[in-house]
Design a binder for this molecule. Sequence first.
Ligand code: BG6
Ligand code: GLC
Ligand code: GLC
Length: 924
Amino acid sequence: MDSIGPVGLQQREGAPSCSQEGLPYPSDSSELVLECLQQFKVTRTQLQQIQANLLGSMEQALAGQVSPAPAVRMLPTYVGSTPHGTEQGDFLVLELGATGASLRVLWVTLMGTEGHRMEPRSQEFVIPPEVMLGPGQQLFDFAAHCLSEFLDALPVSTQDLQLGFSFSFPCHQTGLDRSTLISWTKGFRCSGVEGHDVVQLLRDAIKRQGAYNIDVVAVVNDTVGTMMGCEPGVGPCEVGLVVDTGTNACYMEEARHVAVLDEDRGRVCVSVEWGSFGDDEALGPVLTTFDHSLDQESLNPGAQRFEKMIGGLYLGELVRLVLAHLAQRGVLFGGRTSPALLSRGSILLEHVAEMEDPLAGAARVHAILQDLGLSVGASEAELVQYVCAAILTRAARLCAAALAAVLSHLQHSREQQMLQIAVATGGRVFERYPSFLSILQETVKLLVPECDVSFIPSVDGGGRGVAMVTAVAARMAAHRRLLEETLAPFRLNHEQLAAVQAQMQEAMAKGLRGEASSLRMLPTYVRATPDGSERGDFLALDLGGTNFRVLLVRVTAGGVQITNQVYSIPECVAQGSGQQLFDHIVDCIVDFQQKQGLSGQSLPLGFTFSFPCRQLGLDQGILLNWTKGFSASDCEGQDVVCLLREAIRRRQAVKLNVVAIVNDTVGTMMSCGYEDPRCEVGLIVGTGTNACYMEELRNVAGVAGDYGHMCINMEWGAFGDDGSLGLLRTSFDANVDQASINPGKQSFEKMISGMYLGEIVRHILLHLTSLGVLFRGQQTQRLQTRDIFKTKFLSEIESDSLALRQVRAILEDLGLPLTSDDALMVLEVCQAVSQRAAQLCGAGVAAVVEKIRENRGLDELTISVGVDGTLYKLHPHFSGLVAATVRELAPRCAVTFLQSEDGSGKGAALVTAVACRLAQMDHV
Ligand code: BG6
Ligand code: GLC
Ligand code: GLC
C-alpha cells in the first residue's frame, strides 16, 4: 500500500462506474475529478518524512532550541501525573476553544471509585461572531455570564466552587493555574488577550460578574482533558489526541527531557501544539493549491498549516474549494456554481461527514448541495463523495503520521522494544466520521509497528478530564501540605541548630566536671596524637562498626602497611552470651594469625572497641553499656580487656599481648593524625555516631595532672538522653526508639546514624500512607517490616545522578510499587531525614571545635577532623551539609575534614606503638 488515496475511492475503484440510480456518469468527469483528487494522495514515504520531520522538531523544542524556532512548541502543562481514579468531588468546568464557536459549561461529579460515573450536567452556549473577534474582556465577560446562567439553573450554593478551565489554544503555562496565551488559533481573534494570563482574565470577569464565588484551580488544554478523562484500561492513558475544530496531542514526558523546566524529576504532560507544524514549509510537497487558498482566506494566513489540513474547522472548507473549482472548470454541476458555494464557511464538517457516508451519503449530497443552491446531477453524487473521502482520508493519514512521531519518541525515550500505550481520542471529527479512527489506526500500525497502541474514546468530551485535573490539582496541593506538615519538624533553622550547639557545649562542660550530664566525656588515656616516631609490627582488632576486622599493622620509617581481614559477627553472637562473643573474636584472631604465618608470635595488640567504656588506663576499659545492635550478656560493667584475655586463656594455644583499648573515634583521630598533625578531633558517622577530641587535662575531673592534653571520648550518641533534645524529637524518632533494643538510650545517635535513619524514613512513609498521601493510601506488608528500608537506600536514592525511574526501581525492589509522585515524595522524605542528621552532626562538631578554640583562648582556630563511617562516606550530601553547618555555627574555626582511609585499626596500632615506646622507656 504505497500510494495512499481516499479509502472509499480505492474500495470503489473496481466497482462498476455507476451512480446509485444505476446510470453511468460521464467517464471524462470522473477522470477529471480523480485527477484533481490525486493531489490529496499522500504516499507512505511522504508520511514517513512528515513523521521524521515532526519528531525532529519535537526534539529540538524539548531541548530548548530557540533559533531557528522549532516547528512545534512542546508546551509543558504542569500536569504531573495521570489520574488515580480515586479523585472525587464536584467541579465546574468551562470549555472554550475546542469546539468552534461554542462554549460549554459542565458540572462534573467525580465519584472517587474507578468505573463509577455520574453523567455530568452541561450546557452549550453559542459565542456570537462579534465576541470571537472583539475585545478580550467581552469574551471573558461572556464566559462569566454563561457560568452564572448555568449555575442559576442548578441547585448549588454560592460558596467555594472549584473550576477547571479548558482553554484550547497554545499557551505558556507557568503553573497549574497560570497560563499565558501565545496566539489565537481556529477562528478566534480577540484583542488584548495574547501575552496575558487567561486564568487571571477569567478570574477578573467572574469577579466583575460577582454572582458566584468560583476559584479557578486549573487551566488545561483540551488534549490534556481528553487524556486525563480517559477510563484507565490495563495501564493509564499517556497520550491525548484531539481532532475537533483544530488538532493537537499531548503526552506524558520525562521532566528531565524538557529543557525549559530545569527539573530532573518526575513526568510532565507536554502539549505538542502540532497544528503549527509545517509553518516553516516542511509540508511543501503535500500541500495542494486548495490548501494555499484556504490558508490565504483564513484569519491567520501562514500559521497552523498542519491543522488546516486536519482540523474540523477546515475540512468543510477544503471540500467547498474543491467542489467550486470543479464546478468552475465545468466538471461538476453542469459548470454552474452558486453564491453559497463561493462563500466561505458554507460547507461544514457535519456536511462532509454526512455526504461521505457510504450508505446514506448520496442522498445527503443532493440535499446539502441543494441547500447551497446547486443541483446535483444523478451521476455526480458519488463524485462528491469521492471528494469528501479524499479530504477526510488525507486528514486521518496526516494525523497518524503526527501521532506516530509522538509514539516513536516515547518508545525511544522509554527504551522499550515494544511500547504498549493507550491513546485517548476526542473531538468532533472522531464522533462525526467513524472511519477517521480506523484509517488512523491502520496508518499508525504501518508507521510504528513497534508500538502496540490502544485507542480509547474520551468521556464527556474531555470535561471529565478537566475535572480530574482540577481534582488532582486540589489533591496535590492537599498532599503537599500534608507532606510539608509531616516534614516540618525535620527542617531545623539556624536558631534551633545554634541551641543544639549551645546545649552540647554545656553538657560537655558538665560531663568533664563529673556532674550529671548526658555526655559522659570519657578519658581515654591517649595524651598525644602521633609524632611520626612510632615503629613496629602490631595486631589490631576493630569491633563495633559494620565489619569486624583483624589487622596486621607494620609501622616503619617508610610508612604504615596494613593487612586485614573482615570477619562476620552473626547477630546471634552479638546478642548472645559474652563468653561466646569473645571466644568468637579469639577464633578469628587465631585464623588470621594462621593465614598470615604469625602463629606463635606474641605481637602487641591494640583493640578498637567502639562502645562506651570507662577507662582507668590505656589497657583497661569497663564497658558501661552496649549500644548499636549489641547486647551480649555478662559484659556490661566488666573490663573488656579482661574478657578478651580470659578468652585467650580459654583458647590456650595463642599468646596475645593486649596493650591498648581505643574507641573507634580515637582510632580514627590517631589514624588521620599520623598524616596531619592538626587532626585533634575524631568523628564517626556510621552504624552509630560519636566524637572524641583533645581536651586540656586541667579540665578533666578524675584524672590527675594539670598540664598537657587528653583525648576525651564524648559518647555523644547519648546526648539528649536526659530529655534535653525533647523539642526536636518527632513522633517518628519516638517510634524508632521504642522498637530498638535500648529504648530511651542514644537519643542523638538515633537521629543521626546509619542504624536508624532508614527506620525513621520507614515510619514516616507509614504515616504518609495512613494519611493517603503515599501509595494511594494502601499499606503494604513490606513496609511494616522492621529494617526493610536500609540507610544505604537513602544514599542511593539521594544520589544526584539518579533519575526518578531508578529511584522507583530501588523502591520496587523492596516490594513497594509506586508512582512517580510517590517516588518524588519518598525522595523528599529521605532528604529531610538525612539533612536533619547532617545538620545535628554539624552542630555537634561546631560545639567541639568552639570548645577547643575557647580552651586555647584563640580568636581563630585552624583544626582538622578525622572522619570515618559508611553514612558519612557513602551519602552524596552528608559531608557537605556537615561542613556547611559547622561554617555557619562556628565561623571562627577553619575546619578541615579528613576521611580516614585505613579505618581505625591503624590508629589503635599507633596508640599501641606509643604505649610500647613509653613502657620501654620505663624499663630503661
Ligand atoms: C570503620 C572503622 O572504618 O568505620 C571502625 O575502622 C568504625 O572502627 C567504622 O567503627 C564506623 O563506620 P560503620 O559504618 O562501619 O559503623
Ligand atoms: C488548536 C490549539 C490547541 C488545541 C487544538 C485542538 O491547535 O492551538 O491548543 O489543542 O486546536 O482543539
Ligand atoms: C556508638 C558507640 C560509640 C562509637 C559509636 C560509633 O555510639 O557507643 O562508642 O564510637 O557508636 O561507632
